[in-house]
Design a protein around this ligand. Structure first.
Ligand SMILES: Nc1ncnc2c1ncn2[C@@H]1O[C@H](COP(=O)(O)OP(=O)(O)OP(=O)(O)O)[C@@H](O)[C@H]1O
Ligand SMILES: [Mg+2]
Length: 299
C-alpha cells in the first residue's frame, strides 16, 4: 500500500504538469495521505510553489536538493550521499481541518540542468552508454527510495518538459505515469511522440532497460470550450478505447480556470485547502484522486 510512485511527465511544456503535481499532492495530503513531491525540473516550479522563494533559497544553500545529491553521488563519488536526508518535511503552508497538510519536498534548483549535463558528459566519456547511465541512475534512485517509500503513501515526481534521463528513470520507477495533455493539435501530436518514444519505440523495445509498469494515463488539462478542444478530447477518448491503444485517459478533465493559476501562486499566505482550490477545483481534484487510487489500489 505504501510508497506508490506517480510520475507526472510530458515532452511538451506548459501543459499543466506542475499544476497537476501540486493539486494532486495537496488533495491526497488533505485526505490524510503522507505525500512527498520530488522536483525533477531545473525550473524548480514545484519547489517554489511548495516552499516559497525564501525558504527554497535556504534549502538550496543547505544543499538539500536532488541536484546536490546527484553531484555528490555521481561527480564526487560520495557513496554515502543520501537522498532521504535532503527531504524537507512539513513543507506546506496549507491547512485542512485545522491541520497542516502532511507534505514533504525534495527540491530542485536551476543547477540541475548543469549537473545532469555534466553527469552525462563525464559518464559517456568514461565509456558508459546512455542506456547504462539511465540504468545506473534508476538503480541508485530506486535504492535510495526504498526506505523513503515506507514513510510516504505517495511520492510524486514533477518531470521537466522534454525527455531527460531523469524522466526516463521516473517513468520506469513509477506505479503510474500521468501525462497532462491540452486537447489541441500540437499537444496531442507531442503526446503520440512521447508515448512511442518511451513505451513502444526503439528506446523502449531495443534496450535492456526495465519497462514502465503500465500504459501512460492521459489527463486532459487546460480544456477550453472551443470546437478544437471538444473534437480533440473526443478523438483522444476514442483512440484510448482501441485494442492497440498506447494510453488510457482519465475520466476527470481539468478545465482552464483562473483559480488554478492563482492557486499555484499562493506562496506567501497560509490558506486552507478549500480557500486555495476555489471555484470547484477542489471537487475536480477529489475526482482525480479517486481515479488515481482506483488505478493504484483497485478501489
Ligand atoms: N487548468 C489550468 N487553468 C489555468 N491555468 C493553468 C492551468 N494549468 C496550468 N495553468 C497555468 O499554465 C502555466 C503552465 O502550467 P504548469 O507550470 O503547470 O505546466 P508545466 O507542464 O508544468 O510546464 P513546464 O513544462 O514548463 O514545466 C502556468 O502559468 C499555470 O499557472
Ligand atoms: Mg512544470
Amino acid at each position: 500500500m505504501k510508497g506508490k510512485v506517480i510520475a507526472v511527465a510530458n515532452m511538451k511544456g506548459g501543459v499543466g504538469k506542475t499544476a497537476t503535481v501540486i493539486g494532486l499532492a495537496e488533495s491526497l495530503a488533505a485526505r490524510g495521505a503522507d505525500t512527498l513531491v520530488v522536483d525533477l525540473d531545473p525550473q524548480a516550479n514545484a519547489s517554489i510553489c511548495l516552499a516559497g522563494d525564501q525558504f527554497l533559497k535556504t534549502i538550496i544553500e543547505q544543499g538539500n536538493t536532488i541536484d546536490a545529491f546527484l553531484e555528490d553521488r555521481f561527480m564526487r563519488g560520495q557513496k554515502d550521499a543520501a537522498l532521504e536526508k535532503r527531504i524537507r518535511t512539513n513543507i506546506s503552508n496549507v491547512t485542512h481541518l485545522g491541520r497542516q497538510l502532511p507534505l514533504a519536498l525534495l527540491a530542485s534548483s536551476s543547477e540541475l540542468r548543469l549537473v545532469e549535463r555534466n553527469m552525462i558528459f563525464t559518464l559517456t566519456k568514461s565509456g558508459m552508454s546512455l542506456d547504462r547511465i539511465v540504468e545506473a541512475l534508476y538503480q541508485i534512485i530506486k535504492d535510495e527510495l526504498k526506505r523513503t517509500r515506507k514513510s510516504y503513501d505517495y511520492i510524486l515526481f514533477d518531470c521537466a518538459p522534454g525527455i531527460s534521463v531523469l524522466t526516463e528513470v521516473s517513468i520506469r520507477l513509477a506505479n503510474l505515469v500521468i501525462v497532462p495533455t491540452i486537447p489541441d493539435f500540437l499537444s496531442t501530436y507531442g503526446l503520440k511522440s512521447f508515448c512511442s518514444n518511451l513505451w513502444s519505440g526503439p528506446i523502449a523495445s531495443q534496450s535492456n532497460l526495465k519497462q514502465p509498469k503500465r500504459l501512460p494515463h492521459v489527463l486532459i488539462t487546460r480544456r477550453r470550450p472551443t470546437r478544437d478542444h471538444e473534437r480533440t478530447r473526443v478523438r483522444l477518448r476514442s483512440e484510448s478505447a482501441k485494442d492497440d491503444t498506447r494510453f488510457s485517459v482519465f475520466a476527470t478533465e481539468i478545465p482552464e480556470r483562473a483559480a488554478i493559476a492563482q492557486a499555484l501562486g499562493t506562496i506567501h499566505v497560509h490558506p486552507t485547502f478549500s480557500q486555495k482550490w476555489r471555484d470547484g477545483t477542489d471537487i475536480m481534484l477529489a475526482d482525480l484522486v479517486k481515479e488515481v487510487r482506483e488505478v493504484l489500489h483497485g478501489s
